[in-house]
Design a protein around this ligand. Structure first.
Ligand SMILES: [Zn+2]
Length: 392
């Protein structure tokens, strides 16, 4: 079959857009208590490994299915289950609030309002943390899915809570208030400031755990597909203790038609978990951790006899219908092969790479990042690197 689309890709070079600040790490939202000490800011990078209470089957991550979200007329919303964990995240915050004597003249608060310290979306879950309120006998969490009824969840005196069994990809608003008892009566504080987060489709934490104990996997690339042709790319590296540490977070483009590739030419990027099988590029080796092939005019990514393999025509002379790699100056300045269709099944798709931005804001089935970020990825990723591509 004649294949005209010279695959790959092209995606606008927007180096400037890259390098999201770590704090903008996707899926997270924070809170900030103006009066809280700075060190109380949640760690955006690697959140203490609190397990999101998702299904325990790792294979679920293969294809996170969307739960039925609608209960058309039910006035009562899905009752999220809720688990509380005692965490010693005690902020010793009892600082005199000397700040801002200027603000509202409002009547003295009946009670101190709790302040959310972290709100983190996970797979079908939200992990909440707040600064404890003195003498509280419990807390109440307000949870509301967009366009649905609110739910009030009572929790104990812990100052964290994980709300689970939420709906994938849905937006939720949360806030918290404290409950005290006076003369046998419950006194509720006002609600804290609210936060809105979108619950993940994919159990990214589970994926991190899955590869945690795999000794040959020391780098993990997450491509968290956001819709359209956009994704966030996160690169994790195992630290000395074998824990995942986020070393890069940047925007990426995927296929013109999104993800979940089925066949050659469908304009989609594959979905799933794949090994990174090799590094190459038209430019000189930037200090690649993996063995790097510098591309010359003899290199093709074959689409015929050696479907989905790199070939050097000097070694395997044939009239190759595959991609002449050196022609894709921008995209293949630096690249790595994503091990999709490693077996080389014809028609399933070939030349699926992680490469540099081309000229457009999409690829034809690859994943593209800025050149600067591609260099960083090459320098970080050794043999055994896995790339996981799923909906955010
Ligand atoms: Zn060929």
């Amino acid at each position: 079959m004649k294949r005209t689309i010279k695959s790959i890709t092209i995606a606008l070079c927007m180096a400037a857009v890259c390098l999201l600040p770590a704090a903008a790490s996707p899926g997270l939202a924070f809170t900030y208590d103006p009066t809280a000490p700075a060190q109380e800011q949640p760690d955006a990078v690697d959140p203490s490994g609190t397990p999101a209470a998702g299904p325990s089957d790792p294979s679920v991550a293969e294809d996170p299915s969307e739960p039925a979200t609608t209960e058309p007329t039910a006035p009562v919303t899905t009752k999220p289950t809720q688990t509380t964990t005692k965490k010693p995240t005690q902020p010793t915050t009892k600082k005199p609030t000397t700040t801002k004597a200027t603000t509202t003249t409002a009547a003295p608060r009946k009670d101190p309002t709790p302040v959310l310290s972290s709100v983190k979306a996970g797979y079908r879950s939200i992990l909440l943390g707040w600064f404890p309120v003195k003498n509280a006998v419990g807390y109440e969490i307000y949870l509301k899915q967009e366009n649905k009824e609110k739910t009030i969840i009572k929790v104990g005196i812990e100052n964290t809570s994980t709300l689970t069994k939420l709906n994938c990809g849905k937006k939720y608003t949360v806030k918290v208030r404290s409950v005290k008892k006076k003369d046998g009566k419950k006194i509720r504080s006002e609600w804290s400031e609210s936060k809105t987060v979108t619950v993940s489709h994919t159990d990214w934490e589970m994926l991190k755990k899955k590869y945690q104990n795999k000794g040959d996997v020391n780098e993990l690339i997450f491509v968290r597909y956001k819709g359209g042709t956009k994704a966030d790319l996160l690169l994790y590296e195992k630290n000395a203790k074998g824990k995942w540490k986020l070393v890069l977070s940047c925007p990426a483009y995927v296929g013109k038609k999104g993800i979940d590739k089925k066949k050659e030419g469908d304009g989609k990027t594959p979905k799933g978990q794949f090994p990174i099988t090799c590094a190459f590029g038209i430019k000189a080796d930037p200090g690649s951790k993996m063995q790097y092939t510098k591309i010359n005019k003899h290199h093709y990514w074959c689409a015929d006899k050696r479907y989905n393999q790199m070939v050097d025509l000097r070694e395997k002379p044939h009239s190759c219908s595959g991609e002449h790699l050196i022609d894709h100056t921008k995209q293949y300045a630096y690249a790595m092969n994503i091990g999709y269709n490693n077996s080389g099944e014809k028609g399933k798709g070939f030349a699926i790479f992680l490469h540099c931005f081309g000229y457009y804001k999409y690829t034809l089935g690859c994943v593209a990042v800025s050149k600067t970020n591609m260099i960083k990825i090459l320098q970080t990723c050794g043999d055994g690197t896995m790339i996981c591509i799923y909906r955010k």
